[in-house]
Design a protein around this ligand. Structure first.
Ligand code: CA
Length: 243
């Protein structure tokens, strides 16, 4: 029996994953893992080639970009920033690959709008799983807002946030912390970023201050909705809200 798999599978079942990586050995093992998991990997070695794949004139946009930080013609951070500024393709999920494990690289990458990061050396299978998770999260986001009322409603003019329709009784700092997190759904906010947003130049405070206020904020959310724990802790990085 002769099967033409490529013809039987509609294109939508195999999302294109753009891999921007100058080391061929890494790109090859990653491509293999992605193909095994039903994705269509597209490998480029330069930012210039990635830009071509991402430009609105290319017929098929990648479903996700796996982006190395150190590239011959620039850094992955640059491209991450460029993608987020694209009018039509600015929401494409991005997973950064970083060779150094210094936290600063990860934080910078995530604050630029990356969805996740992986530190080299990594297991290709693990990256493929993350690709699946990030894609699921990205595709769930728009549907959930249209099919049900959002869990949090931020009324910036009234400086008020409701959870499941009920107004939260928050201190000014708690309000500012939650507002900052809600404005960047599913993205990690570093402690520095939160400190800046809620305390500004009031330098009475340090990382611990953020942690303490997040703790009381969590308790207030939990009192209203014990079934949820919407604030996620990312060890060494910061916090995100996942709704
Ligand atoms: Ca590299």
């Amino acid at each position: 029996m002769f099967h033409r798999r490529t013809q039987l599978q509609p294109a939508t079942t195999s999302p294109r994953i753009l891999i921007v990586e100058d080391e061929d050995a890494i790109a090859e093992t990653l491509s293999y893992a992605l193909r095994t998991d039903g994705f269509t990997p597209v490998h480029v070695r330069l930012l210039a080639d990635a830009r071509r794949e991402l430009s609105s004139s290319s017929p098929v946009a990648p479903a996700l970009v796996v982006l190395d930080v150190g590239l011959p013609d620039g850094t992955g951070f640059d491209l991450c920033r460029e993608i987020r500024a694209m009018p039509e393709r600015g929401n494409i999920p991005i997973i950064m690959l970083t060779a150094r494990s210094e936290e600063i690289d990860r934080v910078v990458g995530l604050e630029l709008g990356a969805d996740d990061y992986v530190v080299k050396p990594f297991s290709p299978r693990e990256v493929s799983l993350r690709v699946r998770t990030v894609l699921r999260r990205a595709s769930a986001a728009p549907t959930s807002t249209t099919t049900r009322a959002p869990l949090f409603v931020l009324d910036a003019a009234a400086q008020r946030i409701t959870l499941g329709g009920e107004a939260l009784s928050l201190t000014r700092r708690e309000y500012l912390l939650l507002k900052t997190l809600l404005e960047r759904p599913r993205r990690i906010c570093s402690r520095d970023m939160l400190l800046d947003a809620a305390w500004g130049s009031d330098a009475e405070s340090g990382d611990r201050t953020v942690d303490t206020h997040i703790k009381t904020l969590r308790a207030k959310l939990k009192a209203l909705r014990p079934d949820l724990d919407p604030i996620e802790t990312h060890r060494g990085l910061g916090y995100s809200v996942s709704v």
